[in-house]
Design a protein around this ligand. Sequence first.
Ligand code: BES
Ligand code: ZN
Ligand code: ZN
Length: 507
Amino acid sequence: MRFALDRREAAQGNVDAIAVGLPGRAEKEDAFPRALAREDQAYGKLLSASWDHREIRGKRKEITTFHRPDGKGRLLLVGLGPRTGVDAETVRNAAAEAVRALKGRGARTLGFKLAAFVSEQCPPEAAVRAIVDGASLGSYEFLRYKSAHEGVVEETTVFLGDEFAREEAPLRKAMEQEEALDETVLWTRDVANVPADTATPEWLAEQARELGKELGLKVTVFDEKKLAEMQCGGILGVGGGSSHPPRLIVLEYAGGARSGKTVAVVGKGITFDSGGLSIKPAAGMSLMKFDKSGAVAVLGIVRAAATLKVPPRVIGVMACAENLPGPSAYRPGDVVRTHSGKTIEVLNTDAEGRVVLSDALGYVVERYRPDEVIDLATLTGACVVALGPDIAGLFANDEALAQGIVEASRATGESVWRLPLTDTHREMVKSEVGDVRNSTELREAGALTAAAFLETFVGKTAWAHLDIAGPAWTEPSTARFVASYLNRGATAFGVRLVTRYLQGAAR
Ligand code: BES
Ligand code: ZN
Ligand code: ZN
């Protein structure tokens, strides 16, 4: 989608449709909003007529279409819900609903009246960003395997009008930045949606190499031979059952600041998680192509970091393997030795994410001595049970890092909820025969013991872990409960969140 900024009033622009936000109407409120007088005039007073008929209420997800009497324009009144609750997230959703309402309905260009999306909690710059987010993310479709598709809005214009024309320069900058970030989010969704027959560990390595060439980043791929030399018994164990061997992929972005800090971003990249010998039930197994979402998010974060030139140096690490029950699969009872020297007793081959991450975390901490490590992983079903489909679990051993991520979460709308990590959980992952065990064989605290396991491999480094098993993917069963700008399938959760964190993380 292309974006433009226009100083004029929305009604003066030459677009197929204009979108106008309408805050929820109070029970006793009877006057038609004066702010919409100009549009009402242009639409033959039909807006105020339907207001008077109480057809329009401004409820969330309420969209009413009006046609100009001369046939030369369409207007979408988009409900924003209660006036006091109109924030950036409301505007993201409203913009997404507007572009979706126009899908397959002959509108190629769409204009937004900025003034109708600005509120106390959503100042003009935030509103412009939110409109860009909603329109671009909300119109995303995964088209790689579709032979036909319906037309969607191709061009979005934000109309500043008299009220905001003077702020054109900063608003244009905000628009361009957000557009660049969202372009990466869409690119990330496209990679994450590719199924496991194509998206093998080597295919992901190829995507990383291409990205490296495009952006001038150093990319290193460790194949199974190199991983054996490096004593990465964790990732080799998990990948052992597949004919597509594992890869540890490292991308380096040098950083925009002269003496910025180094942040390592590490992702779980299981291209398919059958469970291995501890095999999963058939129902829902197809979702497990999503189990690479953490690693693909890392690819997107590095792409965004380099495109937007964030201050810190960023080391992206993708731990990629396919978890299948082939003849040389790792087994329950095996003990694997990881890069750090620590050993893992494998009690359940389906708890494979933490096993591949043990090598990735151990390697990046030893080799780069980063100031901070952030990992993203579709790690546990338990986290989805606890937090639902749209919130990631956040664990951290460092308050400043946790706080920084919570702030980035507020700004981007990508929700996180901090969960605890205590000695109880550390105790629960101790092993009888090795250093740690990959499963407690208990149902209690599944997301928390997984985090305690990972903590073993970062030592004293400041570290945050995001369990993205819920928000990484939108299933048809949960689609109506999550944000409208999240398409079916991969959401690229974490890209906007962590990039935002990196933008603010100067030193
Ligand atoms: N990839 C899954 C986590 C998952 C499961 C995400 C269901 C979304 C929905 C992970 O590898 C896994 O299988 N975890 C097990 C861990 C258990 C065996 C200790 C789980 O959550 O059941
Ligand atoms: Zn698993
Ligand atoms: Zn998994």
